[in-house]
Design a protein. Structure first.
Length: 489
């Protein structure tokens, strides 16, 4: 990718960047005709989809896939009880309405409790949506992939680095169409942000600051809740819900809503939002794997609080130079105890910048620091991105090359362009924009950051090719865990 638009024609940049957007940023590229099968299927042909995990975002994904043209042929959930009422997830005006599937929805779809039974009996299924808690993403997605089913998996792709690698490799080998549920990747704003970076609008990027103003809560309080005894709801198959995780007693702090905050089941705030917040810079800067990670976590004792995540954390990732791109440092801040530097410190007082995470700024956001200026954007696909100082924004908004712009249509608050992109790939056309070759390495950043919070203050050198921490082998124990009997990849 050229550093300046002066070195390449408008037609040439559109052609090269469009190719990059579909081929992604990694060398192990699978040809477009291989990713979703060797033969194209007519656009009018219907893809039969099974939804596994129908509450929360799983429900949204199922509906979005229907709007994108798929037929919802089967549904599966370990809890047959009444699902949660629709609720808003995210910050303020940018929140999305999460609508679980009810018993009245999709009356023609076959219903199951065990995904393994569904996959065994529903031979006509072409594709599977995985909308379950993080700890069951990998075994469900892997079972589908091994049967040649296309897979849409909610983010994060999986809970451990080992699971992420296995799923990414399996999807490539089985030549199935895959898509990570970071829907902002398909937003127009995400492409516009990439164009700004590739057009040298802010110069060489050296730092990125990603901010989430909420965190994991008080770890002592969370753990103290487990002293309470609770009966398993009659509608819930607790054994199936646990899946590969070790046996433990049921508690409502795990299901239906709290699982994300427990390391055995979820990936914390980092796993929840990194795939949204960092996605645009991961794409635009071709970040790939970091060479080192170090975390800070005030008031967090890894021995005492190992089951949960810190109330607040700051994580630093170092990425090496790649091609013409210089080394990049990515800072992650979550909770209420850490904040990025104020704008004056970053700009030597030349101008004010509404840094996300500070008073008056949005609760979710990213600051991208360049040699000629900065870009600030909000979560999910670089929404509301702006270049600072304002003079550079006005200068950039003149004539400039642009990526292809797929139409972003929505039904109410439900944007389904990301799902339409996946359904298109299921029919054998170009790969989905955030397929596992892209979404896997992106998700690894969250898994690695969570490992770093278990060893705060320790800089972990990461050898991505060998999948090991050479300077601290004891950290390797967190790359995966032993599944309980009856579960495997």
């Amino acid at each position: 990718m050229q550093d300046s638009t002066s070195r390449i024609s408008r037609r040439g940049l559109i052609k090269s960047t469009a190719a990059f957007s579909t081929a992604f940023v990694f060398p192990e590229i699978v040809p477009c005709h291989c990713v979703a099968g060797s033969e194209l299927r007519p656009p009018s042909e219907t893809i039969n989809v099974a939804g596994i995990g129908v509450g929360g975002m799983g429900g949204n994904d199922i509906r979005a896939s229907q709007y994108a043209g798929a037929r919802i042929a089967a549904l599966c959930d370990v809890d047959t009880g009444k699902k949660r009422e629709p609720e808003r997830h995210g910050a303020a005006a940018n929140s999305i309405l999460v609508r679980p599937i009810s018993d009245k929805d999709f009356p023609d779809a076959a219903r199951y409790r065990d995904f393994r039974v569904l996959l065994e009996k529903e031979k006509s299924i072409d594709a599977v949506i995985v909308g379950t808690p993080d700890h069951t993403h990998a075994p469900i997605a892997m079972a589908a992939i091994q049967l040649g089913k296309h897979v849409y998996c909610e983010k994060p792709l999986a809970r451990t680095v080992y699971e992420i690698r296995k799923l990414t490799e399996a999807a490539r080998q089985q030549r199935v169409a895959s898509q990570l549920g970071n829907q902002g990747h398909s937003f127009l704003a995400c492409r516009e942000f990439c164009e700004a970076i590739w057009s040298d609008a802010i110069g060489d990027v050296t730092e990125v600051h990603a901010v989430v103003r909420f965190g994991g809560g008080d770890p002592d309080h969370r753990i103290a809740q487990l002293k309470q005894q609770h009966e398993v709801p009659k509608t819930l198959d607790w054994n199936l819900w646990l899946g590969p995780a070790p046996i433990r007693d049921f508690h409502p702090t795990y299901h239906p809503d709290g699982w994300r905050g427990w390391r055995q089941f979820g990936s914390g705030i980092l796993g929840d939002y990194l795939c949204h917040l960092v996605d645009p810079v991961f794409w635009a800067l071709r970040l790939d794997a970091p060479t080192s990670i170090v975390a800070e976590a005030k008031g967090y004792d890894p021995k005492k609080h190992s089951e949960v995540f810190p109330r607040s954390a700051k994580i630093r990732y170092e990425f090496p130079a790649r091609g013409t791109r210089k080394p990049v440092t990515l800072y992650w801040y979550d909770g209420d105890l850490y904040r990025p530097p104020v704008s004056d410190e970053l700009t030597d007082g030349r101008y004010k910048l509404p840094v996300p995470g500070h008073e008056g700024g949005p609760g979710l956001g990213v600051l991208v620091v360049g040699g000629k200026g900065h870009i600030v954007y909000e979560s999910h696909g670089a929404r509301n991105w702006r270049i600072y100082p304002e003079s550079r924004m006005k200068e950039y908004m003149g004539e400039r090359p642009r990526l292809d712009r797929p139409g972003v249509r929505s039904t109410g608050l439900l944007n389904y362009n990301h799902h339409r992109d996946w359904i298109h790939a299921c029919k054998g056309y170009e790969p989905a924009g955030s397929n596992f070759d892209y979404g896997g390495p992106l998700t690894e950043l969250a898994a690695l950051g969570n490992i770093a919070t278990l060893m705060p203050g320790t800089e972990l050198v990461w050898d991505s090719k060998r999948m090991t921490f050479p300077n601290h082998p004891e950290a390797n124990q967190y790359l995966h865990y032993r599944y309980r009997d009856g579960w495997n990849l």
